[in-house]
Design a protein around this ligand. Structure first.
Ligand SMILES: [Zn+2]
Length: 380
């Protein structure tokens, strides 16, 4: 397993926050997004000569082989943002597709299961969010990474009882049960997900303590969604420490050292961070009730694919996600996002997590590849 650097010094956090100022957490307005897509396209269209940095440390393929498979590890990664999964068919809702509410934050179990099958068929394979943040992307050659997240905990893990061997019995229509079902069906899918919880965890009372242990034992991750689902953009520094620190301390008492130090920002707030808002540093470092914590990253609420962790515009303090909803293939719904990904914007792996492989023309500006995480770089 990849070695995760748990500790971030305050200096690094401060530096990263300062560097994050300009590009952080813009509102998901379509015009702004279209602009960024257009500039991305313009950048790709530039064809300037590119230097190839290559060593003989790792066996590599020929440029023709990379090109034939479309390998591109500077392209984008879908991080799906789910909330509640309800035990319903799509016909049982009055909303579009598999949406259970007007805004599509909640999804039917039928739609969720179909989503997972569809992503698999399109050549996506799951990976852990925490590995993504570490710049360690381990999916097979020619396949694309996919990251699943859940916010709020409600209806994600619905316990029905315990087997004699101590394993949990779940409502078959809840999120974890469907993930387990897909895991059994597709051994090469690497089924995993990160669940971001509030103080009520999954709503199963003290049973949740045992469930959390079972989840981390079975390849799932648990992250921080604040104590009270607080809008951190409206909080003081002390309130942020209470909201974020409470969850870390709670998780550390149940699954010590086995939760992920990543915050999913409720409501995607704050939308920007900078020197004029020093209180937001408390998302990334603080102390609550004698317990000191750090966060490696934070996630926005919606609306589109995440930048590769290797590129200039990636910002670990405001990682983008796709809102998992249906809107007839428009307005950044699942279909819209995957159409865009599959139309030349998706990260396609060379199968080696220790290399970064991409067409040289994609880094023609010379500064699009920014952080190599000490990997070998191969531009073809
Ligand atoms: Zn939430």
């Amino acid at each position: 397993m990849h070695n995760i650097n748990k500790a971030i010094s305050s200096a690094l956090v401060a530096a990263a926050l300062l560097s994050a100022l300009s590009g952080c957490a813009k509102k998901p307005e379509e015009s702004a997004i279209s602009e960024s897509v257009a500039s991305e396209a313009a950048r790709i269209e530039q064809s300037v000569s590119q230097s190839v940095i290559e060593t003989s440390a790792i066996p590599t393929l020929s440029n023709a082989e990379y090109e034939a498979a479309g390998i591109n590890e500077l392209n984008s990664v879908p991080i799906l943002m789910y909330h509640r999964i309800y035990g319903m068919t799509n016909e049982e809702t009055s909303y579009t597709g598999g949406n259970v509410d007007a805004d599509g934050y909640n999804r039917t179990s039928e739609a969720f299961e179909a989503d997972l099958r569809s992503f698999y068929e399109q050549g996506y394979r799951m990976m852990r969010l925490t590995d993504f943040v570490d710049g360690y992307i381990d999916v097979p050659f020619g396949y694309s990474p996919l990251i699943i997240t859940f916010d709020d905990g409600i209806r994600d893990v619905v316990l029905e009882g315990w087997n004699d061997d101590g394993t949990p019995i779940f409502d078959p229509t809840c999120a974890i049960a469907i993930l387990e079902k897909i895991k059994a069906e597709y051994p090469d899918y690497n089924v995993t997900a990160t669940f971001f919880v509030n103080s009520g965890l999954f709503g199963n009372g003290e049973d949740d303590y045992k469930i959390l242990e079972w989840m981390v034992d079975n390849g799932y991750d648990i992250g921080n969604h604040t104590r009270d689902h607080a809008k951190l953009g409206d909080c003081t520094a002390e309130e942020i420490e209470q909201q974020v620190g409470y969850i870390y301390k709670l998780l550390d008492g149940i699954i010590p050292g086995r939760y992920v130090d990543i915050v999913a920002l409720p409501f995607g707030s704050p939308e920007s961070m900078g020197p004029d808002t020093p209180q937001y540093n408390k998302i990334f470092e603080g102390t609550y009730d004698g317990f000191s914590y750090t966060s490696r990253a934070s996630l926005l609420c919606g609306w589109t694919r995440a930048y590769s962790p290797f590129v200039r515009d990636y910002d670990r303090t405001c990682i983008r996600r796709i809102r998992a909803y249906d809107n007839n293939g428009t307005d950044w719904d699942i279909e819209d996002n995957f159409n865009q990904l599959n139309n030349g914007r998706r990260y396609i792996s060379d199968g080696n997590p220790d290399t970064i492989v991409f067409p040289a023309s994609d880094n023609s500006s010379g500064d699009w590849l920014k952080d190599t995480y000490d990997h070998q770089v191969i531009a073809y």
